[in-house]
Design a protein around this ligand. Structure first.
Ligand SMILES: NC(=O)c1ccc[n+]([C@@H]2O[C@H](COP(=O)([O-])OP(=O)(O)OC[C@H]3O[C@@H](n4cnc5c(N)ncnc54)[C@H](OP(=O)(O)O)[C@@H]3O)[C@@H](O)[C@H]2O)c1
Length: 323
């Protein structure tokens, strides 16, 4: 399962002493949920990733209604063997047949015979998900998927399906401004050797430090609805970014670098996904992997994060999405 961490651009997590790898998040390539996106820009992000040795690509059937998978699939023609390819589906119906149809549809759009990792994107909380897990195991035995993931699951939801198959990875939202998975989800995964993959690792761009006190978004960008930008939350997080920028200036590294490396330094994290609109943005993320960052810098950041977390409501997920 963790083959994808054997790539040149990795750092060592000081707590677990395991490699922690960067991955390219491909949500924005879908074109519909981030206020528009040119395919040529998406291709430049993927080109940069491969040029710099980043080989974990993360997409989903839900990103732009399959558009992200198609853009990634087109790009990967002739390069498929170089990439650890992950995608996701939503268990709208909870039958084995439905899962197998979803996998075939993802494989078609991605123009490949297999996925390295296939996730249940969100739990369908009112349903028994064991038949879905059985479908995923069947797909694994058919060679269509090599490992099975869940995303946005609680411990109880993982327990519910545990007997029906083997969970290899859990994709969770985790960053300096969203640390709730530390309570039980990450410890549960660590105990069971489930690889924790983080999403929104730079808080959807917040932790680049680029947003002003009054952020503006293009029409169709989902970010105004995310918890970080809620009226009672954002003014505090904005001040937190200002504090984090002081740490960044003192240690001579960009805030983006520090935010990514902070996630990588946390116990139990196996891979850190960062989204990118273009090659330039992703080059900045990959540059985060260079050089040592002293533990005292991470400690300062954790202190700021601790005080920010009191302003972030524990509402289950950053989207307030409860399927
Ligand atoms: N499993 C799930 O439910 C779930 C949920 C969310 C995401 N994901 C996955 O995780 C990936 C990453 O998460 P995310 O995309 O939500 O958030 P993220 O990685 O925290 O932020 C990505 C966004 O930040 C901005 N950005 C990135 N690098 C930048 C730079 N150097 N300078 C300035 N801005 C920069 C870009 O948007 P702008 O340029 O538009 O500001 C980019 O789209 C996704 O692509 C997806 O694959 C999974």
């Amino acid at each position: 399962m963790t083959d994808y961490i054997r790539q040149p651009s990795v750092t060592i997590n000081p707590v677990t002493k395991r490699h922690c790898a960067l991955g390219l998040g491909c949500w924005v390539f879908g074109g519909t949920q981030w206020g528009g996106q040119e395919d040529s820009e998406s291709v430049s992000a993927m080109d940069s990733a491969l040029d710099l040795g980043i080989t974990h690509f993360d997409t989903a059937s839900g990103y732009g209604g399959g558009r992200s998978e198609s853009v990634v699939g087109d790009f990967l023609q002739g390069k498929r063997e170089r990439v650890f390819l992950a995608s996701k589906f939503f268990p709208g119906e909870t039958t084995t047949e439905y899962v197998l149809q979803q996998i075939d549809a993802s494989l078609d759009r991605l123009r490949t015979d297999f996925l390295d990792l296939y996730y249940m994107h969100w739990p369908n909380s009112s349903k028994d998900l064991r038949p879905v897990m059985e479908g995923l195991e069947r797909a694994r035995s058919q060679g269509k998927i090599r490992s099975i993931g869940v995303s946005n699951f609680s411990v109880e939801q993982m327990e519910q399906i545990a007997g029906a198959g083997r969970i290899d990875a859990h994709q969770v939202c985790y960053n300096l401004y969203w640390r709730f998975p530390e309570k039980d989800v990450i410890p549960y995964c660590r105990e069971r050797d489930i690889a924790v993959v983080t999403y929104s690792s730079i808080a959807q761009g917040v932790l680049t430090g680029k947003f002003p006190r009054e952020p503006q978004f293009k029409e169709g960008d989902q970010r105004p609805h995310v918890v970080f930008f809620e009226a009672e939350v954002w003014p505090h997080l904005y001040e937190g970014v200002e504090e984090l920028k002081k740490v960044s200036t003192e240690c001579g590294r960009s805030l983006t670098h520090l935010a990514i490396r902070w996630v990588m330094s946390r116990p139990g994290i196996i891979s850190v996904l960062v989204g990118a609109r273009n090659g330039q943005q992703f080059q900045e993320s990959v540059a985060a992997l260079e050089g040592e960052i002293p533990q005292r810098v991470f400690d300062q950041m954790t202190g700021i994060s601790d005080s920010m977390m009191s302003h972030v409501p524990d509402v289950g997920n950053i989207f307030r999405y409860y399927p």
